[in-house]
Design a protein around this ligand. Structure first.
Ligand code: NAP
Length: 304
Protein backbone atom coordinates (compact mmCIF):
# COMPACT_ATOMS: atom_id res chain seq x y z
CA UNK A 1 0.00 0.00 0.00
CA UNK A 2 1.12 3.54 -0.75
CA UNK A 3 1.33 4.97 2.75
CA UNK A 4 1.55 8.57 1.59
CA UNK A 5 5.00 9.02 3.13
CA UNK A 6 6.49 12.33 2.13
CA UNK A 7 8.92 11.88 -0.74
CA UNK A 8 11.98 14.06 -1.00
CA UNK A 9 11.44 17.15 -3.10
CA UNK A 10 7.64 16.93 -3.11
CA UNK A 11 7.78 17.00 0.69
CA UNK A 12 4.96 18.05 2.92
CA UNK A 13 7.28 18.17 5.90
CA UNK A 14 9.96 20.46 7.16
CA UNK A 15 13.11 19.48 8.99
CA UNK A 16 11.54 20.53 12.29
CA UNK A 17 9.06 17.68 11.90
CA UNK A 18 6.08 20.01 11.46
CA UNK A 19 3.62 19.27 8.76
CA UNK A 20 3.87 21.26 5.54
CA UNK A 21 1.36 21.16 2.73
CA UNK A 22 2.76 20.72 -0.78
CA UNK A 23 1.72 19.69 -4.26
CA UNK A 24 1.77 16.00 -3.39
CA UNK A 25 -0.26 16.28 -0.17
CA UNK A 26 -3.41 14.13 -0.15
CA UNK A 27 -6.60 14.85 1.77
CA UNK A 28 -8.38 13.00 4.55
CA UNK A 29 -11.64 14.72 5.51
CA UNK A 30 -14.31 14.77 8.17
CA UNK A 31 -17.82 15.20 6.74
CA UNK A 32 -20.45 16.31 9.23
CA UNK A 33 -22.59 19.23 10.29
CA UNK A 34 -21.49 20.79 12.56
CA UNK A 35 -17.81 19.84 12.66
CA UNK A 36 -16.31 22.75 14.59
CA UNK A 37 -16.15 20.83 17.90
CA UNK A 38 -14.32 17.82 16.48
CA UNK A 39 -10.95 16.71 17.87
CA UNK A 40 -10.33 14.46 14.85
CA UNK A 41 -8.34 17.03 12.80
CA UNK A 42 -6.06 17.58 15.75
CA UNK A 43 -5.49 13.87 16.44
CA UNK A 44 -4.89 12.86 12.84
CA UNK A 45 -2.75 15.84 11.84
CA UNK A 46 -0.56 15.25 14.91
CA UNK A 47 -0.25 11.60 13.86
CA UNK A 48 0.52 12.43 10.19
CA UNK A 49 3.22 14.88 11.28
CA UNK A 50 4.71 12.39 13.73
CA UNK A 51 5.00 9.73 11.04
CA UNK A 52 5.97 12.22 8.31
CA UNK A 53 3.02 11.27 6.11
CA UNK A 54 2.13 13.56 3.22
CA UNK A 55 -1.50 13.81 4.29
CA UNK A 56 -3.66 16.55 5.75
CA UNK A 57 -6.94 16.12 7.67
CA UNK A 58 -9.64 18.75 7.13
CA UNK A 59 -13.06 19.14 8.75
CA UNK A 60 -15.81 19.98 6.25
CA UNK A 61 -19.35 21.04 7.15
CA UNK A 62 -21.64 19.37 4.60
CA UNK A 63 -25.42 19.79 4.31
CA UNK A 64 -27.45 16.58 4.30
CA UNK A 65 -28.56 16.91 0.68
CA UNK A 66 -24.95 17.43 -0.47
CA UNK A 67 -23.43 14.34 1.14
CA UNK A 68 -23.41 12.32 -2.09
CA UNK A 69 -21.74 15.16 -4.00
CA UNK A 70 -19.20 15.61 -1.21
CA UNK A 71 -18.30 11.90 -1.15
CA UNK A 72 -18.03 11.70 -4.95
CA UNK A 73 -16.01 14.92 -5.04
CA UNK A 74 -13.61 13.74 -2.36
CA UNK A 75 -13.04 10.47 -4.19
CA UNK A 76 -12.51 12.32 -7.51
CA UNK A 77 -9.96 14.57 -5.77
CA UNK A 78 -7.95 11.52 -4.78
CA UNK A 79 -8.69 11.77 -1.05
CA UNK A 80 -7.18 8.94 0.97
CA UNK A 81 -10.09 8.52 3.35
CA UNK A 82 -12.71 10.23 5.46
CA UNK A 83 -14.60 10.19 8.70
CA UNK A 84 -18.30 10.88 8.76
CA UNK A 85 -20.26 12.13 11.72
CA UNK A 86 -23.75 13.38 12.58
CA UNK A 87 -25.96 13.75 10.50
CA UNK A 88 -24.27 11.64 7.79
CA UNK A 89 -23.54 8.29 9.42
CA UNK A 90 -26.45 6.49 7.80
CA UNK A 91 -26.28 8.40 4.49
CA UNK A 92 -22.59 7.64 4.05
CA UNK A 93 -23.31 3.92 4.35
CA UNK A 94 -26.03 4.20 1.69
CA UNK A 95 -23.75 6.10 -0.69
CA UNK A 96 -20.67 3.91 -0.29
CA UNK A 97 -19.97 1.21 -2.90
CA UNK A 98 -18.99 -1.34 -0.23
CA UNK A 99 -19.50 -1.77 3.50
CA UNK A 100 -17.86 -3.86 6.19
CA UNK A 101 -20.05 -6.28 8.17
CA UNK A 102 -19.72 -3.95 11.18
CA UNK A 103 -21.04 -0.90 9.31
CA UNK A 104 -23.84 -3.01 7.84
CA UNK A 105 -24.81 -4.43 11.23
CA UNK A 106 -24.93 -0.98 12.83
CA UNK A 107 -26.62 0.64 9.82
CA UNK A 108 -24.13 3.50 10.13
CA UNK A 109 -20.60 4.44 9.03
CA UNK A 110 -18.03 6.66 10.70
CA UNK A 111 -15.10 5.90 8.38
CA UNK A 112 -14.65 5.77 4.59
CA UNK A 113 -11.73 3.94 3.03
CA UNK A 114 -10.75 4.50 -0.59
CA UNK A 115 -11.17 1.60 -3.03
CA UNK A 116 -10.65 1.42 -6.81
CA UNK A 117 -14.32 2.03 -7.49
CA UNK A 118 -15.45 4.31 -4.66
CA UNK A 119 -15.71 4.40 -0.87
CA UNK A 120 -15.87 1.45 1.47
CA UNK A 121 -17.89 2.27 4.60
CA UNK A 122 -16.75 1.03 7.99
CA UNK A 123 -17.64 1.77 11.59
CA UNK A 124 -14.58 1.99 13.84
CA UNK A 125 -16.59 3.02 16.93
CA UNK A 126 -16.88 -0.69 17.74
CA UNK A 127 -13.09 -1.20 17.74
CA UNK A 128 -12.74 2.06 19.66
CA UNK A 129 -15.25 0.97 22.28
CA UNK A 130 -13.53 -2.39 22.73
CA UNK A 131 -9.95 -1.03 22.87
CA UNK A 132 -9.83 -0.09 26.58
CA UNK A 133 -11.76 -3.25 27.53
CA UNK A 134 -9.03 -5.51 26.11
CA UNK A 135 -7.31 -6.05 29.51
CA UNK A 136 -10.70 -6.98 31.05
CA UNK A 137 -11.90 -9.29 28.27
CA UNK A 138 -11.60 -12.49 30.29
CA UNK A 139 -13.69 -11.30 33.21
CA UNK A 140 -16.30 -9.79 30.88
CA UNK A 141 -16.78 -12.89 28.71
CA UNK A 142 -20.36 -14.12 29.04
CA UNK A 143 -21.23 -11.37 31.54
CA UNK A 144 -24.26 -9.03 31.63
CA UNK A 145 -23.79 -5.48 30.28
CA UNK A 146 -25.98 -2.38 30.74
CA UNK A 147 -25.85 0.56 28.34
CA UNK A 148 -27.56 3.90 28.94
CA UNK A 149 -28.77 5.57 25.74
CA UNK A 150 -30.06 4.10 22.51
CA UNK A 151 -28.43 6.32 19.89
CA UNK A 152 -25.54 5.65 17.53
CA UNK A 153 -22.90 5.11 20.20
CA UNK A 154 -25.19 2.73 22.15
CA UNK A 155 -25.54 0.65 18.98
CA UNK A 156 -21.76 0.32 18.78
CA UNK A 157 -21.68 -0.61 22.48
CA UNK A 158 -24.40 -3.26 22.18
CA UNK A 159 -22.90 -4.78 19.04
CA UNK A 160 -19.34 -4.63 20.39
CA UNK A 161 -20.39 -6.18 23.70
CA UNK A 162 -21.93 -9.07 21.81
CA UNK A 163 -19.38 -9.64 19.04
CA UNK A 164 -16.25 -8.59 20.93
CA UNK A 165 -16.98 -9.60 24.52
CA UNK A 166 -19.51 -12.38 24.09
CA UNK A 167 -21.87 -10.70 26.58
CA UNK A 168 -24.65 -12.97 27.81
CA UNK A 169 -27.12 -10.05 27.84
CA UNK A 170 -27.12 -6.35 27.02
CA UNK A 171 -29.78 -4.21 28.70
CA UNK A 172 -30.44 -0.99 26.79
CA UNK A 173 -31.76 1.73 29.11
CA UNK A 174 -33.40 4.69 27.38
CA UNK A 175 -35.84 7.42 28.33
CA UNK A 176 -37.79 6.60 25.17
CA UNK A 177 -38.56 2.86 25.27
CA UNK A 178 -39.42 2.83 21.56
CA UNK A 179 -35.85 3.91 20.72
CA UNK A 180 -34.38 1.08 22.82
CA UNK A 181 -36.78 -1.42 21.26
CA UNK A 182 -35.80 -0.28 17.76
CA UNK A 183 -32.11 -0.76 18.65
CA UNK A 184 -32.80 -4.26 19.96
CA UNK A 185 -34.88 -5.17 16.89
CA UNK A 186 -32.27 -3.85 14.44
CA UNK A 187 -29.33 -5.61 16.12
CA UNK A 188 -31.12 -8.82 17.05
CA UNK A 189 -29.97 -10.82 14.03
CA UNK A 190 -26.35 -9.64 14.30
CA UNK A 191 -25.97 -10.34 18.03
CA UNK A 192 -27.12 -13.98 17.99
CA UNK A 193 -25.76 -15.33 21.29
CA UNK A 194 -26.55 -12.20 23.29
CA UNK A 195 -29.96 -11.47 24.75
CA UNK A 196 -30.96 -7.83 24.11
CA UNK A 197 -33.26 -6.39 26.82
CA UNK A 198 -34.73 -2.93 27.20
CA UNK A 199 -35.39 -0.87 30.31
CA UNK A 200 -35.99 2.69 31.51
CA UNK A 201 -33.84 4.90 33.79
CA UNK A 202 -36.34 4.49 36.67
CA UNK A 203 -35.86 0.70 36.65
CA UNK A 204 -32.14 0.75 35.90
CA UNK A 205 -30.61 0.25 39.36
CA UNK A 206 -31.34 -3.50 39.56
CA UNK A 207 -29.78 -4.09 36.14
CA UNK A 208 -26.76 -2.01 37.11
CA UNK A 209 -26.17 -3.97 40.31
CA UNK A 210 -26.09 -7.31 38.47
CA UNK A 211 -23.98 -6.03 35.53
CA UNK A 212 -20.24 -6.62 35.12
CA UNK A 213 -19.99 -3.62 32.78
CA UNK A 214 -22.06 -0.41 32.84
CA UNK A 215 -21.70 2.02 29.93
CA UNK A 216 -22.99 5.57 29.60
CA UNK A 217 -23.76 6.31 25.93
CA UNK A 218 -25.81 9.45 26.62
CA UNK A 219 -24.41 13.00 26.83
CA UNK A 220 -25.41 13.18 30.52
CA UNK A 221 -22.41 14.17 32.63
CA UNK A 222 -20.91 16.38 29.95
CA UNK A 223 -20.56 19.51 32.07
CA UNK A 224 -24.07 19.27 33.53
CA UNK A 225 -23.15 17.44 36.77
CA UNK A 226 -25.73 14.74 36.00
CA UNK A 227 -25.73 10.93 35.98
CA UNK A 228 -27.82 8.81 33.58
CA UNK A 229 -29.98 7.48 36.43
CA UNK A 230 -30.37 8.44 40.13
CA UNK A 231 -27.24 6.63 41.29
CA UNK A 232 -27.21 5.25 44.85
CA UNK A 233 -25.06 2.42 46.25
CA UNK A 234 -25.20 0.61 42.94
CA UNK A 235 -21.54 -0.28 42.39
CA UNK A 236 -19.08 -2.78 43.82
CA UNK A 237 -15.51 -3.89 43.39
CA UNK A 238 -14.99 -5.94 40.24
CA UNK A 239 -17.48 -3.93 38.19
CA UNK A 240 -16.37 -1.75 35.28
CA UNK A 241 -18.08 1.59 34.64
CA UNK A 242 -17.31 3.13 31.26
CA UNK A 243 -18.43 6.64 30.35
CA UNK A 244 -18.18 7.52 26.64
CA UNK A 245 -18.21 11.21 27.58
CA UNK A 246 -14.62 12.49 27.51
CA UNK A 247 -15.17 16.08 28.61
CA UNK A 248 -14.72 16.16 31.64
CA UNK A 249 -12.29 13.26 32.07
CA UNK A 250 -13.99 12.18 35.30
CA UNK A 251 -17.74 12.57 34.99
CA UNK A 252 -20.01 12.46 38.07
CA UNK A 253 -20.82 8.83 37.16
CA UNK A 254 -17.14 7.83 37.15
CA UNK A 255 -16.49 9.69 40.40
CA UNK A 256 -19.29 7.84 42.21
CA UNK A 257 -18.39 4.46 40.67
CA UNK A 258 -14.74 4.93 41.65
CA UNK A 259 -15.65 5.90 45.20
CA UNK A 260 -17.66 2.65 45.51
CA UNK A 261 -14.76 0.46 44.33
CA UNK A 262 -15.61 -0.04 40.65
CA UNK A 263 -13.02 0.32 37.87
CA UNK A 264 -13.72 3.44 35.81
CA UNK A 265 -12.93 4.11 32.14
CA UNK A 266 -13.47 7.50 30.48
CA UNK A 267 -14.33 8.32 26.86
CA UNK A 268 -10.89 9.36 25.61
CA UNK A 269 -9.59 5.80 25.01
CA UNK A 270 -12.59 5.14 22.74
CA UNK A 271 -12.00 8.37 20.84
CA UNK A 272 -8.37 7.38 20.30
CA UNK A 273 -9.29 3.76 19.54
CA UNK A 274 -11.74 4.64 16.77
CA UNK A 275 -9.21 7.06 15.30
CA UNK A 276 -6.48 4.39 15.45
CA UNK A 277 -8.56 1.86 13.54
CA UNK A 278 -9.42 4.38 10.81
CA UNK A 279 -5.81 5.59 10.60
CA UNK A 280 -4.53 2.04 10.13
CA UNK A 281 -6.92 1.54 7.22
CA UNK A 282 -5.99 4.83 5.52
CA UNK A 283 -2.24 4.65 5.97
CA UNK A 284 -1.29 1.01 6.63
CA UNK A 285 0.48 2.26 9.76
CA UNK A 286 -0.06 1.89 13.48
CA UNK A 287 -1.48 5.02 15.07
CA UNK A 288 1.10 6.98 17.15
CA UNK A 289 -1.07 6.74 20.20
CA UNK A 290 0.99 8.77 22.68
CA UNK A 291 1.35 11.75 20.34
CA UNK A 292 -2.38 11.81 19.53
CA UNK A 293 -3.33 11.39 23.19
CA UNK A 294 -1.10 14.27 24.22
CA UNK A 295 -2.66 16.48 21.51
CA UNK A 296 -6.16 15.55 22.71
CA UNK A 297 -5.35 16.18 26.38
CA UNK A 298 -3.90 19.59 25.57
CA UNK A 299 -7.00 20.52 23.59
CA UNK A 300 -9.26 19.29 26.39
CA UNK A 301 -7.25 21.15 29.02
CA UNK A 302 -6.71 17.88 30.91
CA UNK A 303 -3.59 16.68 32.71
CA UNK A 304 -1.47 14.13 30.82
P1 NAP B 1 -27.11 10.17 19.87
O1 NAP B 1 -27.17 9.27 18.69
O2 NAP B 1 -27.68 11.53 19.81
O3 NAP B 1 -27.77 9.37 21.11
C1 NAP B 1 -27.82 9.93 22.40
C2 NAP B 1 -28.66 9.04 23.31
O4 NAP B 1 -28.68 9.65 24.61
C3 NAP B 1 -30.12 8.92 22.87
O5 NAP B 1 -30.65 7.69 23.26
C4 NAP B 1 -30.76 10.07 23.65
O6 NAP B 1 -32.13 9.92 23.86
C5 NAP B 1 -30.03 9.96 24.96
N1 NAP B 1 -30.12 11.22 25.70
C6 NAP B 1 -29.73 12.44 25.26
N2 NAP B 1 -29.97 13.37 26.21
C7 NAP B 1 -30.54 12.71 27.25
C8 NAP B 1 -31.02 13.11 28.52
N3 NAP B 1 -30.98 14.39 28.92
N4 NAP B 1 -31.55 12.16 29.33
C9 NAP B 1 -31.61 10.86 28.94
N5 NAP B 1 -31.16 10.42 27.73
C10 NAP B 1 -30.63 11.34 26.91
O7 NAP B 1 -25.60 10.39 20.32
P2 NAP B 1 -24.40 9.32 20.21
O8 NAP B 1 -23.65 9.56 18.97
O9 NAP B 1 -24.96 7.98 20.49
O10 NAP B 1 -23.45 9.82 21.41
C11 NAP B 1 -23.84 9.64 22.76
C12 NAP B 1 -22.73 10.14 23.68
O11 NAP B 1 -21.57 9.35 23.51
C13 NAP B 1 -22.31 11.59 23.42
O12 NAP B 1 -22.02 12.19 24.64
C14 NAP B 1 -21.06 11.46 22.61
O13 NAP B 1 -20.18 12.55 22.78
C15 NAP B 1 -20.46 10.19 23.21
N6 NAP B 1 -19.61 9.49 22.24
C16 NAP B 1 -18.31 9.33 22.57
C17 NAP B 1 -17.49 8.66 21.71
C18 NAP B 1 -16.04 8.48 22.08
O14 NAP B 1 -15.25 8.18 21.19
N7 NAP B 1 -15.68 8.60 23.34
C19 NAP B 1 -17.98 8.15 20.49
C20 NAP B 1 -19.33 8.33 20.19
C21 NAP B 1 -20.14 9.02 21.10
P3 NAP B 1 -33.16 10.86 23.03
O15 NAP B 1 -33.08 10.40 21.60
O16 NAP B 1 -34.45 10.62 23.70
O17 NAP B 1 -32.66 12.28 23.18
Amino acid sequence: MDTGRASSGAGALSGDGRQRIGASTRIVALLGDPVGHSLSPLLHNAAFAEQELDLVYLACAVEVERLGAAMDGLWALGARGANVTIPHKRGALMHAVEATPTARALGAANTLVRTESGWQADNTDVAGYLAPLEPHRQRLAGAPVVVFGAGGAARAVAYGSSIGLGAAAVTVVARRPAQAEALAADLDAATGGTELRVSTPGDAADHVREAALVVNATPLGMGDGRTPWPVASDFREGQIVYDLVYRPARTPLLQIAGSQGATSIGGLPMLLGQAADAYRQWTGRDFPHAVARAAALTALGQDP
